[in-house]
Design a protein around this ligand. Structure first.
Ligand code: ADP
Ligand code: MG
Length: 352
């Protein structure tokens, strides 16, 4: 059966690994690395919820509209809470990204696609992602659990008979998992992650300064100033927003220390999830982790001091994966090179 048809397909279309994240969608292609990295954002018409089809509706172009859209258009993140809030819009987004990478021939020579999904999503949601991908132009489609892809992308020895632990802190969910023999032994998908850190900052600005700030501003503060533990050279930052009482634009200055305080609650929730997962592990696996430690991935791993607080909470050594934002996508690409691994570990495939 393989042969000329497969060769043609290989020539005209590309196999791709997709990290369908709540904040960012990344696509990795065999032999080419990461070829697409865009926000998981779609612009839609407010009344009809129809996706805008002017080529400006998805990804970066749509993210620029977030919070700044005119009355009739709204930019939404279809995966915001770690679940798929809108199947149709998720599908439109997937279709746009798949076609952007695969080009015109994708209708004729459908790409094989590996998509990583949060381990917390339901069977119905998995089915929906799968169907969306098929309708969006994918050929054979495989779903893989995100923590497994993250661990593989982080270079952990997942297929060996020793435990590895990965904590992937994304935008909408934090995936905590202990893996061994290419399988997930224990995991938890927590709906507390980067978005909640931003929200902590928004609430702090409201409560302390009567200042209303947008999500984008909150994220900027988190990235430029935020931390989970004290760090050297802590500075301050000027923040602009709208005064809640006068309704007028205003600015104020915040310190790293108060922002750390504002982030404390979600940071503790993440630490607690890590501890809970460790408590649920078999003693032999837990023993391995004394040696192997914990690896952090996802954008949230870049929060200053997050490794330190998890280390203090668990007593295990913690390291941040190289390039944590791309771990999952790089992991799915490794799956593409090892389709036999897929057979063992993936949930679903369209096998004829
Ligand atoms: P997802 O997989 O859910 O799409 P990502 O792994 O792409 O999420 O991470 C996105 C999250 O990481 C966002 O909440 C973003 O604000 C956060 N993030 C990105 N860079 C940093 C940073 N330097 N410090 C703290 N948080 C960051
Ligand atoms: Mg992710």
């Amino acid at each position: 059966m393989p042969g000329w048809m497969d060769r043609l397909r290989g020539y005209f279309s590309v196999d791709m690994g997709i990290d369908l994240g709540t904040c960012n969608t990344l696509v990795a292609v065999r032999g080419q690395g990461i070829v697409l990295n865009e926000p998981s954002v779609v612009a839609v018409k407010k009344d009809t919820k129809r996706v805008l089809y002017n080529g400006q509706a998805v990804g970066w172009a749509a993210k620029e509209m977030l919070g700044k859209t005119p009355g009739t258009i709204t930019a939404i993140r279809p995966l915001k809470e770690g679940v798929i809030s809108d199947f149709e819009i998720t599908e439109a987004m997937l279709a746009y990204f798949i076609n952007k990478v695969n080009g015109r021939m994708s209708r004729l020579f459908r790409p094989r696609v590996v998509i990583s999904v949060p381990s917390g999503i339901t069977e119905v949601e998995k089915r929906a992602v799968f169907d969306s991908a098929m309708r969006a132009g994918a050929g054979r489609t495989y779903l893989c659990e995100e923590p497994l892809a993250a661990a593989i992308g982080a270079g952990l020895p997942v297929s060996e008979p020793t435990a590895s632990m990965i904590v992937d802190i994304g935008g909408g969910t934090t995936e905590v998992a202990i893996l061994s023999l290419a399988d997930i032994a224990v995991c938890e998908s927590l709906r507390v992650a980067g978005d909640d850190l931003d929200e902590g900052i928004i609430n702090h600005m409201k409560k302390t300064y009567n200042l209303m700030i947008g999500e984008q501003t909150a994220e900027r503060i988190k990235i430029d100033l935020g931390s989970a533990a004290p760090y050297g050279n802590e500075g301050t930052m000027e923040v602009r927003g709208r005064d809640l009482i006068s309704g007028l634009p205003r600015k104020t200055v915040v310190t790293a220390e108060e922002i750390r305080e504002a982030l404390q609650e979600p940071v503790s929730a993440i630490c607690d999830a890590v501890s809970r997962t460790l408590e649920r592990a078999e003693p032999e696996l837990a023993a391995d982790l004394v040696e192997n430690g914990i690896t952090l991935a996802g954008g949230g791993a870049l929060l200053r001091g997050i490794g330190t607080v998890i280390q203090n909470a668990t007593g295990l050594s913690v390291k941040v994966a190289d390039d944590p934002l791309t771990c999952v996508a790089r992991g799915t690409a490794i799956f593409l090179d090892n389709f036999e691994l897929l057979k063992m570990t993936l949930e679903n495939d369209s096998d004829e």
